[in-house]
Design a protein around this ligand. Structure first.
Ligand code: CTP
Length: 400
């Protein structure tokens, strides 16, 4: 946190051609009103000059450990203390190796070593370098020490090769750092509480190669899990098959079908304090699952479906002390239909989503939710899923 109360990102830029993208990263935070301190490695400075970052961030770019032009403070320690999140982007094989092995021989690596805030690393390098087992071992070691790796993309690299190692998109990097920032400074008002969250779609098998599913990306459930963790809860995340990295600092139970999800939730429920069912659970599954791949025939085909267990419906009579929040996604009559679910499933709260609203619903990084209880109705603003998650938790905590 800066003396003026602004959140601060410490952006360490190392020697990779992707260093030019760090300018867009810095700019994105400045636009959000977040202060950015850039520290450049000497090799990073060969790709982008400190002046570029200073102009973009309106603050001094830290590059020389022995710079005498300072305000009587030890700069790398002051920068480390002010940081709410440390983002190493792009991270070359060299800086990854140095951090993993405790080497601090320039301004960037000393500042990173002194920083105690959460640290995110966005690697960028040639595929053969990225796949080198030593680099992979260094990354695995950093994960063990609590660093989060923002997985690089696969694509055309600056060297002309096609493969893994392309810096993750700027938006992804900014979003990951924002998740951390939205958690900093939050009250630990869920400390000592067990929060059970379901996320993502279920898959209902038709035969060994086909299944019925839906468009849920899992992003809202994962955002809730991360927000609850940041507020001190013991989080169990029961997740359908999604393309998201399991968040650190919680128990993640991966499931496939509605039946698997029901089993996992029923097992965890008795000592849970708060259950949030953000998952898009299939209401129907094929009545029979073929042992072998179904071969096509001349005419049409009919699949007979049967109901899955209504997880929330079943829990209604098993509730003791738990606060239960459901989710509802509708294309019409959002409030009326969501209220019906609240009553029918005996929920304490339902978070209602209209997929007709711009920027809300499946796969987006933003959401617009109306929180409904027996007594109240509260329209939350259109905002990031990370912020929406905290706003929903605010509503839950107020009622615990
Ligand atoms: N849900 C559940 N078990 C199911 C299906 C849904 O626990 N088999 C949960 C969802 O996770 C969500 C809530 O119930 O929190 C509402 O789900 P939804 O499918 O929208 O509601 P339904 O009551 O099934 O109504 P609809 O007829 O609109 O499908």
């Amino acid at each position: 946190m800066m003396p003026d109360g602004k959140k601060n990102v410490l952006l360490a830029v190392s020697g990779s051609i992707a260093a030019y993208k760090a300018c867009d990263i810095a700019r994105a935070f400045v636009k959000e009103g977040v202060s950015v301190t850039v520290t450049l490695t000497p090799n990073g400075a060969k790709f982008v000059t400190p002046v570029t970052f200073e102009t973009l961030t309106n603050s001094k770019c830290l590059i020389d450990t022995f710079d005498r032009n300072f305000k009587f403070e030890v700069e790398h320690i002051a920068a480390a203390k002010a940081a709410d999140v440390c983002l190493i982007a792009p991270a070359s094989a060299d800086i990854i190796g140095k951090i993993a092995n405790g080497i601090a021989d320039d301004m960037a690596t000393t500042t990173i070593m002194a920083a105690t805030c959460p640290k995110l690393i966005a690697p960028a390098m040639n595929t053969a370098m990225y796949d080198n087992p030593i680099v992979q071992e260094n990354l695995a070691k950093l994960v063990r020490y609590g660093y989060k790796i923002i997985t690089p993309d696969t694509g055309l690299l600056a060297c002309g090769d096609v493969g893994r190692g392309k810096l993750a998109p700027v938006e992804t990097i900014v979003e990951e750092a924002n998740k951390v920032l939205s958690g900093t400074g939050r009250p630990k008002d869920l400390a000592g509480k067990k929060v059970l969250i379901t996320a993502g779609p279920t898959q209902e098998a038709i035969d060994p190669v086909r299944y019925i599913t839906n468009h849920s990306s899992g992003k809202m459930g994962y955002a809730l899990a991360e927000a609850a963790r940041d507020r001190g809860a013991d989080v169990v995340l029961v997740s359908g098959q999604v393309a998201l990295t399991p968040p650190p600092g919680m128990t993640v139970v991966k499931i496939v079908s509605a039946a698997d999800m029901a089993e996992a939730v029923f097992a965890e429920f008795p000592d849970t304090d708060v259950l949030i069912m953000a998952a898009a659970v299939a209401d129907y599954r094929p009545k029979t699952v073929a042992d072998q791949k179904i071969k096509k025939s001349g005419g049409g085909m009919t699949i007979e479906l049967e109901r899955t267990t209504d997880i929330l419906g079943t829990l209604a009579d098993k509730k003791t002390h738990q606060f239960v929040c459901g989710f509802s996604m509708e294309t019409e009559n959002l409030i009326e239909n969501s209220r019906k679910k609240l009553v029918k499933k005996k929920l304490d709260m339902i978070a209602a989503n209209s997929i007709r609203d711009e920027g809300a619903g499946f796969a987006h990084d933003t959401n617009k939710v109306t929180v409904i209880t027996q007594e109240d109705l509260c329209d939350l603003p259109l905002t990031s899923k990370a912020e929406t998650a905290h706003l929903i938790l605010d509503e839950i905590v107020r009622r615990l």
